[in-house]
Design a protein around this ligand. Structure first.
Ligand SMILES: *Cc1c(COP(=O)(O)O)cnc(C)c1O
Length: 443
């Protein structure tokens, strides 16, 4: 997004001043705990969180993140003779459970659990699939792409030459004719389909057909869509011909933050494993792995019902916003087939300004560049996601109420503090995390 590239020096100076006033090291620790507690109270209990990249975790996933296994070093591959350290028999068992659960959840032949984030997974993917100097084609940021698949992200680090996948203006469609022309000329080693603004499926099978004559690989970065894909509610990229897929485990998949990688082709197993270890990952945080394994069981049990409601809620939120005069884009295409929608920040000058106004009303979202924005660093879209509100038990009726609050802030310029008070009251009735073994389905 249109952020600067450095920390805000004033934030660091404020922290420095607080630490200087603390009269003991224990008091310094209290400062840290107090910031965590304030966030828990505000973001965790008093805000409507519509950030599309987040999900609340179940009680057992959260508990496992502080388990003893998280203190164990874990470098290497599963198995007694494949580890750097001894004493790993229980950890081999729990990591194997995680891999097998991921394979089942995502209906694939191979899965890996050691990626520390969706971003780390992207770097491992380009490391396994391409050599420095290779051409790759990816989605430009202005079309919903993500820096994780561009020159200033992992492909750049790997020394790859990044070219744009052509799009049709004003729809979210890839221009397959122009794509074919450009691809024939460049013979890219990898087509990277990674989108942070993801509303509709992509033509994976067509793309694979175009690039397979020269052995081009199709890599689908399902950072956002992993939960939808596991639940069968979005296209299944590997089944449609993609060679490799990665995803974030803390977005729609609703587990701990981290990364996942899956593939079917046995020939990819060696390069993928080598890229992950020893090249890019040391200890891979076994507490996170345990939490990921349990999150996979939640997706097996509740994923289809959960993700279906997520998509219905996104469509309902868009419809209710449109009805109230806040433009939700792509109406002709039904607004969305995912957990995301994108709305217009007008009459505010920029998405950033509108999002900050919503934040003052305890409604949390983020700005997004749109294909028709003249200046990609002054985005005019706002992306909203319905994963968190759905896991907290909300349905179409609550989407109407949320749309009303957004309209009050964006269109009617009501005092955001007054709206925030209503939001705080509303959230008192939405504290339970559903679609998990503890709490089952919402009523
Ligand atoms: C969020 C995102 C990532 C990064 O995932 P993290 O889990 O946040 O590291 C990578 N690619 C795309 C397309 C994303 O949207």
């Amino acid at each position: 997004m249109g952020c600067t590239i450095m920390h805000d020096i004033q934030c660091l100076q404020r922290a420095n001043a607080l630490l200087a006033q603390a009269h003991s090291h224990a008091a310094m620790a209290d400062l840290v705990r107090a910031a965590v507690a304030r966030n828990d109270q505000w973001r965790g209990q008093q805000c409507i969180n519509l950030v599309a990249a987040e999900s609340p975790t179940s009680p057992s996933v959260r508990a496992l993140l502080s388990s003893e296994v998280g203190t164990r070093a874990s470098g290497g591959h599963i198995g007694r003779d494949n580890r750097f350290f001894s004493g790993m028999k229980n950890i081999d068992e729990l990591e194997s459970l995680c891999v097998e659960l991921l394979k089942t959840t995502l209906r694939v032949r191979h899965a890996d659990h050691r990626l520390l984030g969706g971003m780390a997974a992207v770097l491992a993917a380009y490391t396994a699939l391409a050599r420095p100097g290779d051409n790759v084609m990816t989605v430009p940021v202005i079309r919903g792409g993500d820096t994780s698949n561009r020159t200033n992200g992992p492909p750049g680090v790997r020394g790859l030459k990044v070219w744009d996948i052509p799009f049709v203006h004003k729809t979210a469609d890839i221009d397959l004719n122009r794509f074919s022309e450009v691809a024939q000329a460049l013979k890219p080693a990898v087509i990277g389909l990674g989108m942070t603004l993801t509303l509709f499926p992509l033509p994976v099978a067509d793309i694979k057909g175009i690039v397979s004559p020269w052995g081009g690989k199709v890599y689908f970065d399902a950072a956002h869509q992993l939960g939808l894909i596991s639940a069968g509610l979005f296209q299944d990229p590997l089944a449609e011909g993609a060679d490799l897929m990665t995803g974030s485990s803390g977005k729609t998949f609703s587990g701990p933050q981290g990364g996942v990688m899956v593939w079917n082709d046995d020939a990819l197993t060696a390069p993928v494993h080598e890229a992950i270890f020893p090249t890019l990952t040391g200890s891979h945080q076994i507490n996170r792995v345990a939490a990921l394994a349990v999150a996979a069981t939640e997706m097996l049990a509740y994923g289809p019902a959960y993700m279906k409601q997520v998509v219905s809620n996104a469509q309902a939120l868009a419809r209710h916003l449109d009805l109230r005069g806040v433009t939700a884009f792509y109406r002709d295409q039904g607004y969305t087939r995912t957990h995301q929608i994108v709305i217009d920040s007008k009459p505010f000058a920029s998405g950033r300004e509108a999002v900050q106004r919503l934040e003052a009303a305890n409604i949390i979202a983020n700005e997004m560049p749109l294909p028709w924005d003249a200046n990609p660093y002054k985005e005019t879209g706002i992306r909203l996601g319905t994963v968190e509100v759905t896991r907290l038990g909300m349905k179409e009726r609550e989407m109407a109420w949320i749309a009303e609050q957004i309209a009050k802030v964006l269109l009617h310029r009501e005092d955001p503090m007054a709206v925030a008070n209503g939001v705080i009251d509303f959230m008192k009735n939405h504290r339970t995390v559903y679609f998990c073994h503890e709490n089952g389905l919402p009523r």
